[in-house]
Design a binder for this molecule. Structure first.
Ligand code: SAH
Ligand code: SF4
Length: 343
């Protein structure tokens, strides 16, 4: 099988160039095409000799993701469904903000084994783990395309399909590459987890400045277990013990994610329970009105009730922001594009 150039670091790229009887500086030129100019095809690499380009295109390839569908939303969001070489599919989203931030939302697995009831990816089940290269390439693609327009990928969130801490090694390796090869600062990378305590502790020990987001969604075990089956194995108290340890070891603030679902987890009483649960913790709450999915009957919370929820958290001195749902006209919630194409 052709060598994917995006899986090679500088040393391996230099070895490959030498093997093809080219001087070592060609590796630097190639690197520039891969990571600075975002070439989509070997024919674009105009400063490489034609014979070398032909050999490269015969023996190598540029990445392993092929685009199946792409949608562009009015707010500038781009959503892509990619097919992997083995036929599995994953999704990535690029969000563009007025302050020039460009954020890639990438997947860590094809499908997900955690089965959260409200999540389109959870509803489709687990297909397989992604390799570090497959995770990295999703961000690299957007980065290259932006560079061509004179823009820069500034942030990456691992909030696409899959549970990154269930695919720990590959997720961490891809994060290291985001920092090393795309120059994205650790503070601009977020890893979001359903809340696996062992993974959280392991992540704390890495000593990275990467942000951690925890999908909490409910303040009692009964409600959380009904939405996130993983809570039966790791109840809220165990999860929060691991989170407290993370905060202590890393010194960092954590974000708790909360999908607001009408009549489910959006009452003022629930906000008060959440406020008591998180009292004194170095944290922030991200509220996201539910993105409706095919197999889940829930509805998003109304704007007035969202405001009441935020106000109650404020009384408990818990800072909260309501996330603007982006790309809503193109099903930009994780798993929702493939739900429409395949389902
Ligand atoms: N598996 C990880 C990361 C991917 S999901 C995790 O669960 O954290 C990214 C975020 O989207 C999570 O907070 C998840 O709970 C949330 N989410 C999933 N489906 C959603 C939906 N239909 N509406 C709103 N948020 C959703
Ligand atoms: Fe998996 Fe996260 Fe979806 Fe739960 S919310 S099923 S952990 S992707």
């Amino acid at each position: 099988m052709a060598t994917d150039l995006y899986t090679l670091d500088m040393a391996a790229l230099t070895a490959l160039v030498r093997e093809m009887n080219q001087p070592a500086f060609r590796a630097k030129q190639l690197w520039g095409w891969l990571y600075e100019r975002g070439a989509q095809d070997f024919s674009e690499m105009s400063n490489l000799p034609r014979g070398f380009r032909e050999r490269l295109s015969a023996e190598c390839r540029l990445g392993s993701l092929s685009t199946v569908v792409e949608q562009r939303s009015e707010d500038g969001t781009i959503k892509r469904l990619y097919r992997l070489p083995d036929g599995k599919s994953i999704e990535s989203v690029l969000m563009c903000y007025a302050d020039n931030r460009r954020t890639a939302c990438i997947s860590s697995q094809a499908g997900c084994a955690m089965g959260c009831t409200f999540c389109a990816t959870g509803q489709m089940g687990f297909a397989r783990h992604l390799t570090a290269d497959e995770i990295f390439e999703q961000a690299q693609r957007f980065s290259a395309e932006l560079q061509k327009k004179g823009e820069r990928l500034s942030n990456v969130v691992m909030m696409g399909m899959g549970e990154p801490l269930h695919n720990y090694d590959a997720a961490l390796e891809s994060i290291r590459r985001l920092m090393r090869d795309l120059g994205i600062g650790a503070r601009h990378i977020t890893i979001s987890t359903v809340g696996l305590p062992k993974g959280i502790r392991r992540f704390a020990a890495e000593g990275l400045q990467v942000k951690l987001a925890i999908s909490l969604h409910a303040a009692t075990d009964a409600v959380r277990s009904s939405m996130l089956p993983v809570n039966r194995k790791y109840p809220i108290s165990e999860l929060l013990d691991a989170v407290r340890e993370y905060i202590e070891v890393s010194g960092r603030r954590v974000t708790f994610e909360w999908a607001l679902i009408a009549g489910e987890n959006d009452s003022v009483a629930e906000a008060a329970r959440l406020g008591r649960l998180l009292r004194g913790m170095k944290c922030h709450v991200n509220l996201i009105p539910l993105n409706p999915t095919k197999e889940y009957g829930g509805r998003p919370t109304s704007t007035e009730e969202v405001a009441a929820f935020v106000a109650e958290l404020g009384r408990h001195r818990i800072p909260a922001t309501v996330r603007v749902r982006r790309g809503i006209d193109i099903d930009a919630g994780c798993g929702q594009l493939s739900e429409r194409v395949d389902g």
